[in-house]
Design a protein around this ligand. Structure first.
Ligand SMILES: Nc1nc2c(ncn2[C@@H]2O[C@H](COP(=O)(O)OP(=O)(O)O)[C@@H](O)[C@H]2O)c(=O)[nH]1
Ligand SMILES: [Mg+2]
Length: 176
């Protein structure tokens, strides 16, 4: 059995959504060819079922495969372009998880509330993960609420900090 979910990656322009998407794509490809040397014991193991055929879905979508705690997982990750400030995009439809990304400079509760509201309108009550990117020196301190989101994590695509965390948090939640 394969646990498959559609994940939409949302946020304002320039927060680093595409960098994160590309980082995870590159990692996934390198793990499949055994070239990733990250060494974390909690890292997913995509090669374990690389014989499974997965159809190509389209532009800016990639299937992230891995085995998480013995479960086969396929996360279809949609990097949604921010032409309309990321809001109201038809690509959100039928998403089962949403990642709302901010960077350390632009995070604010009013904007988060707007995204949460819009996600609920389009996707109903799906779990939302708040990701704060560009925490390059690991100093981001979150104070305040992240209401509407089931968890929050700070990452840095540039410094490869915490890049496993967003998908791991989603897989923990989907398999608990
Ligand atoms: N300092 C820093 N810059 C980043 C990081 N991630 C992305 N960027 C930069 O932010 C800019 C926007 O990134 P992009 O992925 O295109 O953002 P998107 O519009 O949300 O898809 C680019 O210049 C990236 O190099 C990061 O972790 N730290
Ligand atoms: Mg982009």
């Amino acid at each position: 059995m394969i646990n498959t979910r559609k994940i939409v990656l949302l946020g304002d322009t320039n927060v680093g959504k595409t960098r994160f998407f590309e980082s995870m794509l590159v990692r996934s490809l390198m793990e499949q060819t055994n070239e990733w040397e990250h060494g974390s014991t909690s890292s997913p193991q995509p090669r374990a079922w690389s014989d499974v055929a997965i159809p190509t879905l389209g532009v800016n979508v990639f299937p992230y495969r891995c085995v998480h705690k013995g479960n086969n997982v396929l996360l279809n990750v949609w990097d949604c372009g921010g032409k309309h400030k990321g809001l109201g995009n038809t690509y959100w439809k039928k998403a089962q998880y949403a990642i709302v990304m901010f960077d350390v400079e632009n995070y604010n509760i009013a904007s988060l509330r707007k995204y949460v509201h819009e996600i609920k309108r389009v996707c109903y009550e799906i779990p939302i993960l708040l990701v704060i990117n560009k925490d390059d020196d690991g100093s981001f301190v979150f104070n305040g609420t992240f209401e509407g989101c089931f968890a929050m994590v700070a990452i840095s695509c540039k410094e490869k900090r915490n890049l496993d965390a967003p998908f791991n948090l989603i897989m923990e939640r989907m398999l608990y």
